[in-house]
Design a binder for this molecule. Structure first.
Ligand code: HEM
Length: 415
């Protein structure tokens, strides 16, 4: 039995938990807290968040696929009916950009949009990007190899996902740094306890981002290229095309989701591997072992921990009753540590042959970028350890205070 730290209070009888998500003792190592929750209270009411949370693998997996829950509810109910506040004036550009985001819509709109985006995506053949990712990663390592040290997030992890997704969409690479700025400001809206300043910054970023994408769409309409944006403009399904607003929302969500999580995952994976003390040569022996290593780092070091759902109708799960319009939270990163599914769940064991991790979700919203993210991780991680076989942590990395994302502030390495 684990001892109870003082930053968390668990009332197992009432299934109630009190926990400050801004406490570094928690967000610095959420896996330890997830282990306590599995032990005492895998389904619980989080007092500070005023919501029910699920950590059990079977519950999270089933809830992600359960059509009685949705990422959106305003397609079947009005704000008045649900007692929801009116949209905020100062986040109107953000709301407009989110309006057609795949992550904010439900069938039938979701099915139509996802089919069209998927068609364009498939036609870009993610696998074809392999040599480009290799060349990019080699080029970045060439820049810092002779220094004997680097801060890996800024010199490597930050650059690869944004460059690849920008290339794939067809946005000029020089825009990379600007895209990063917009994206960082934009995702501030998803943080627990955001401030009005965070909201204003996100809204400004959404407006600038949307205006920019609109101008690129106009260029591609006039002169199509072999890129995702041109494919999305011209992809047709049952006589339908994507509208400009849908194209803008889709481009923004692909760029945001496409790099932030992958940056964090590269950092988290390198850290997990270095802290495991295992020999990188054996972890990346061949493609199969590399794949297992990558999946295990995704399991134990997931970059985005919580996804929410609305109850679309009255429903009972694990003895908890939800009314239409209630919200529930699923902790994917905790489901990845469920002792009912994984032996010794807090230990990094790439040779485990147990349940697949839920880091990319499940069901109709399953990550559309998972093949690209997996390809990047399966290429850049082995390459980094091959090029720098004596890689070591220069100091204990600090986790960013942005729960429910899980990523590092810096990753200082030496060799
Ligand atoms: C390690 C990296 C990544 C992780 C862990 C991750 C995780 C996730 C998860 C868990 C979901 C499902 C959310 C839900 O069910 O509520 C999701 C959806 C999504 N992801 Fe990713 N993602 C990653 C990389 C990417 C990349 C590279 C792209 C773009 C190329 C991308 C684009 C998307 C999009 C567009 C959706 C929404 C799909 C839909 O709602 O139909 N993600 N991602």
């Amino acid at each position: 039995m684990n001892t109870m730290p003082d930053f968390i209070h668990i009332d197992a009888q009432q299934r109630s938990v009190s926990l400050d998500a801004r406490n570094p003792a928690f967000y610095g190592n959420p896996n330890a807290t997830y282990a306590l929750l599995h032990e005492h209270c895998p389904t619980f009411y989080w007092e500070e968040q005023k919501q029910w949370f699920f950590t059990g693998y079977d519950h999270v997996n089933a809830l992600l696929r359960d059509r009685r829950f949705g990422r959106q509810i305003l397609h079947i109910a009005t704000r008045e009916e649900l007692g929801l506040p009116e949209p905020l004036e100062h986040t109107q550009h953000f709301d407009a950009a989110e309006r057609h985001s795949l992550l904010e819509i439900e069938p039938p709109e979701h099915t139509r949009l996802r089919t069209l985006v998927n068609r364009a995506f498939v036609s870009r053949h993610v696998e074809k990007m392999k040599p480009e990712i290799e060349t990019l990663a080699h080029g970045l390592i060439d820049r810092f190899e002779k220094d004997g040290q680097t801060e890996l997030l800024s010199s490597f992890a930050d650059i690869i996902p944004v460059t690849m997704i920008a290339r794939m969409i067809g946005i000029p690479e020089e825009m990379g740094p600007q895209l990063l700025k917009w994206s960082h400001a934009y995702v501030g809206m998803y943080m627990f306890k955001r401030s009005r300043e965070d909201e204003l910054a996100a809204d400004r970023a959404a407006k600038e981002f949307a205006d920019y994408v609109r101008s690129v769409i106009a260029e591609r309409r006039a002169e199509p290229k072999d890129d995702l944006l041109s494919h999305m403009i011209h992809t047709e399904h049952k006589g339908q095309f994507l509208t400009d607003d849908e194209l803008i929302s889709t481009t923004i969500v692909l760029l945001n989701a496409g790099h932030e999580a992958t940056v964090h995952q590269i950092g988290n994976s390198v850290r997990v591997i270095l802290e495991s003390g295992l020999n990188p040569k054996s972890l990346f022996g061949d493609e199969k072992t590399t794949e297992r290593t990558v999946e295990e780092t995704l399991r134990i070091g997931a970059p985005v921990h919580i996804f929410q759902r609305w109850a679309l109708e009255p429903v009972e799960i694990d003895g908890v009753t939800f009314e239409r319009g209630d919200k529930v939270s699923l902790i994917l990163a905790a489901a990845n540590l469920d002792p009912l599914k994984y032996s010794d769940p807090l230990t990094f064991k790439p040779d485990r042959a147990e349940a697949p991790n839920l880091s990319f979700g499940a069901g109709i919203h399953f990550c559309i970028g998972a093949p690209l993210a997996r390809l990047e991780l399966n290429i850049v991680l082995p390459l980094l350890f091959q090029r720098l076989p004596h890689l070591k942590l220069a100091r204990q990395p600090k986790v960013k205070d942005v729960y429910h994302f899980h990523g590092l502030e810096r990753l200082d390495l030496t060799w």
